[in-house]
Ligand binder design. Structure first.
Ligand SMILES: *Cc1c(COP(=O)(O)O)cnc(C)c1O
Length: 477
């Protein structure tokens, strides 16, 4: 191939090969060990996997496709049904088809006037999502590459609204819990606010941010002539799925004029189902919400979302002008221009992924899948509670089920943690499911805890039954 425009028969042959090989791979996902070939991978496998970039093509499509599919096997099987580690992602095939269309037609969706009907589809998706979180018509949002960038834009919007943009944020104070995701502190620092200005508020016995402690710290700081302006709470922490008391925290924020941002990157999507919505009660009162469609809406990686109740605040913080953009008229009646609501100008058309998936499956399919995840987490928790040698650290607040072996009498903390890590390893070695560990606070110091998270759209009763068998066997029960 010499031209950059392949012929139609060539493209059709590629598509044919992709449908066959990739769909075969998807069909086999349940048989590939959850830990993937990455589990037994030696570094040599990976370095020998690189190919030189040729000046003129030396390999055909089939050989290259084979190479790519082998690379997929050399990874943790995050797309498989047994993946319960970290926060599982998605990978709906529907979204991949949308991406193929979006990339092939390649229209420009940074600015509304360039592709108004495409921007309309994306705006419709964002408006619909906003209603799911209980936001009104002034809400606006942004599809980002992920939760980290959504948190970043929320922090920038709050900073702009509450502190202006004179660049002096030395006295600014941001509050978040000791359980907050690390992207919060990272984003605060990227937003030009010193990382040391992030105040970690203590949590209660279920690892939820304590509103009374938050208010005490805030009042103390304001009295010391500091400028508290933002609280970042969690609708589902990464560690245990803890949901902070959102309504009570909004009460405190409203009393003191502080912006309330909810990091629901993991748990926010549960607002789409009835049981989840009840657990996220009060989320509609927050000023902004991050949630990751690439987690709880099962879309491919690269799909995050920020929703802001007063959309003008998001726009005011991100809008910018340039003379070479003057030909784009600001026509009333056009949907919002994504670039005015976030840091990017050129961008991939993320909206189509969400839109086509919702259109083809219907919202009810997503609601049902999320209900199922909550139910599966309950099933897993009940089984763990019944095993005498294990302790369920917390009832699932969403779909994370933290557990560990019971501590032996006089067992040193480190020995206990080591037994927990060994338990997780033994479960994973059986190859059916894959879990990860974290460290959770304990009166004597942090302790290792296993925290399976049920969130893949491919995880069903069958995998949870296997997980229960494997936990039982590994725990020696
Ligand atoms: C995953 C996660 C993030 C980060 O989101 P990315 O999409 O990985 O950037 C932030 N907060 C929480 C609570 C998360 O679970």
């Amino acid at each position: 191939m010499t031209s950059l425009e392949p012929t139609r028969p060539e493209v059709e042959a590629w598509l044919d090969a992709v449908s066959r090989q990739v769909l075969d791979h998807i069909e086999r996902l349940a048989e590939i060990p959850s830990v993937g070939a990455a589990g037994g991978m030696v570094l040599g496998d990976v370095s020998s996997h690189s190919l030189p970039i040729p000046e003129t093509p030396t390999r055909g499509f089939d050989a290259l496709l084979k190479h790519v599919m082998r690379a997929a096997e050399l990874s943790i099987n995050a797309a498989g049904p047994g993946y319960l580690a970290y926060i599982p992602g998605g990978g709906l095939l529907t979204a991949g088809v949308a991406d193929l269309i979006a990339n092939w037609v390649n229209r420009y969706t940074g600015v509304n006037a360039a592709a108004p009907a495409f921007c309309r589809l994306e705006a419709d998706v964002i408006a619909w999502l906003a209603t799911q979180f209980g936001y009104g018509p002034s809400a606006r949002g942004l599809l980002t590459s992920g939760g980290s960038l959504a948190n970043f834009s929320a922090i920038v919007a709050a900073r702009h609204r509450k502190l202006g943009s004179d660049g002096d944020y030395r006295d600014a104070r941001v509050y978040t819990s000791t359980q907050a995701h690390h992207s919060v502190a990272k984003s605060v620092s990227l937003a030009g606010i010193p990382a040391k200005n992030v105040v970690a508020v203590p949590t209660d016995d279920r690892l939820r941010l304590r509103p009374d402690a938050f208010e005490d710290m805030l009042v103390r700081d304001a009295g010391a002539r500091l400028r508290p302006f933002l609280l970042v709470s969690a609708a589902g922490t990464t560690n245990t799925g803890a949901v902070d008391p959102l309504a009570a925290l909004s009460d405190v924020c409203e009393r003191h004029g502080v912006w309330h941002h909810v990091d629901g990157a993991y748990g926010g999507a549960f607002a789409l189902c009835e049981t989840g919505r009840a657990r996220l009660q009060g989320i509609d009162r927050a000023d902004s919400v991050t949630f990751d469609p690439h987690k709880g809406m099962f879309l491919p990686y690269g799909t995050g979302c920020l929703l802001v109740r007063d959309g003008d605040a998001l726009r005011a913080a991100h809008r910018a002008d340039a003379p070479y953009l003057q030909d784009f008229r600001d026509d009333a009646g056009l949907p919002p221009s994504p670039t005015e609501y976030g840091p990017e100008l050129s961008r991939d058309f993320r909206g189509l992924r969400v839109w086509l998936s919702l259109q083809l499956h219907g919202a009810a399919a997503f609601r049902a899948a999320l209900e199922e995840k909550l139910q599966l987490a309950q099933t897993l928790a009940a089984a763990i509670r019944a095993l005498p040698s294990l302790e369920l650290v917390d009832e699932p607040q969403l779909s994370v089920v933290p557990f560990r072996p019971r501590r032996r009498e006089n067992e040193p903390l480190e020995a206990w943690s080591a037994r927990t890590a060994a338990l997780c390893k033994a479960i994973n070695e059986r190859g059916n499911v894959y879990m990860s560990t974290t460290r959770l606070p304990h009166p004597e110091g942090d302790v290792v805890t296993v925290r399976p998270c049920v969130l893949s759209f491919r995880t069903h009763t069958e995998q949870i039954a296997m997980a229960i068998d494997d936990i039982t066997a590994a725990a020696g029960c």
